[in-house]
Write a protein that binds this ligand. Structure first.
Ligand SMILES: NC(=O)c1ccc[n+]([C@@H]2O[C@H](COP(=O)([O-])OP(=O)(O)OC[C@H]3O[C@@H](n4cnc5c(N)ncnc54)[C@H](OP(=O)(O)O)[C@@H]3O)[C@@H](O)[C@H]2O)c1
Length: 262
């Protein structure tokens, strides 16, 4: 079934918001937005100029049904929507597509991006990972992915799980550490925004020249005096002190001191 027969979006959270707007912007027809109840689906359906549905209602036919629901909800939601002629896919990098059983044509469309509330994201440079259990699902998901992004890659589950693990290191941990850094300044009575230019420039530089070139700091330089002072300053926060010691140790082992690391 070609995508012009419609895409049904199940879910009303962050991923549904961004995917829904990207689909609408790409000029692909939405068959509707499905919430737990019709009232939950109304705001997003209204924004996307499509019809709201509740999960227990009769759902319209669609070439592709996208389950933009929490990972743990994929199995129960897939079981609740009646057998569909088209393709059924979820958006989860870490989840097996067989969570979509009993649907015959199933697959995955995973945006490798952190999608937060806010303005609809431009997905045109966001990598979209596709996987499918057969040619019909593969064709539909590749069609959609290529309409949304110039970076489409097909990966099986074990490789998706590896990318998901790597993404935790590339995005999730740095954001959590940024929160710790801001809290340290706040505790010292210093405006946390002082670090924002550094934070933005660091990601841009590491992407431009590569992390090996971009990495500086006391652990890489082997500045033991500074490392000891930092550890002493963290004496009142054993968790953060342990994290500091572990990360510094990792840097020293994996990124030996070079003349560039000043
Ligand atoms: N956000 C990201 O950065 C991101 C990036 C890539 C992929 N994804 C994937 O996208 C999917 C959705 O994530 P999200 O970030 O959009 O989550 P979210 O903002 O928390 O939204 C989750 C959606 O699932 C619905 N839901 C949860 N449990 C349900 C249940 N038992 N029955 C029916 N509906 C249920 C929620 O409905 P209620 O609001 O009514 O509870 C909500 O609409 C996940 O598979 C995630 O792995 C997310």
């Amino acid at each position: 079934m070609p995508l012009r027969e419609g895409i049904l979006l199940v879910g009303t959270g962050r991923a549904a918001h961004h995917l829904g707007h990207a689909i609408a912007r790409a000029g692909l027809p939405l068959a509707g937005v499905v919430g737990r109840a019709v009232a939950t689906a109304k705001p997003l359906a209204l924004a996307l100029r499509t019809t709201p549905f509740g999960l227990d209602e009769g759902l319209p036919p669609a070439a592709l049904t996208l389950l933009a629901v929490s990972d743990d909800a994929i199995v129960p939601v897939a079981a609740r929507i009646r057998a569909r002629d088209g393709v059924v896919a979820h958006l989860s990098g870490a989840s097996d597509m067989d969570r979509l059983l009993p649907h015959a044509h199933r697959g995955v469309l995973w945006p490798v991006m952190s999608l937060s509330p806010g303005e609809p994201a431009d997905l045109s440079h966001v990598p979209l990972v596709v996987d499918a259990n057969g040619e019909e699902a593969r064709r539909a998901l590749l069609d959609l992915a290529r309409s949304l992004s110039g970076k489409v890659v097909e990966l099986p589950l074990d490789q998706r799980r590896l990318v998901h693990l790597a993404a935790v290191f590339a995005s999730n941990f740095p954001v959590a550490l940024f929160a710790e850094a801001r809290a340290l300044l706040e505790q010292g009575g210093i405006a946390p925004d002082l670090l924002t230019p550094l934070w933005k420039a660091t990601a841009a530089k590491a992407a431009a020249v590569g992390p090996e070139q971009a990495l500086t700091g006391p652990a890489r330089r082997g500045d033991q005096g500074t490392l000891d002072r930092h550890l002493a300053a963290l004496a009142g926060d054993p968790d953060l002190r342990r994290a500091y010691a572990l990360l510094s140790d990792l840097i020293a082992k994996r990124h030996p001191r070079t003349l560039d690391a000043r």
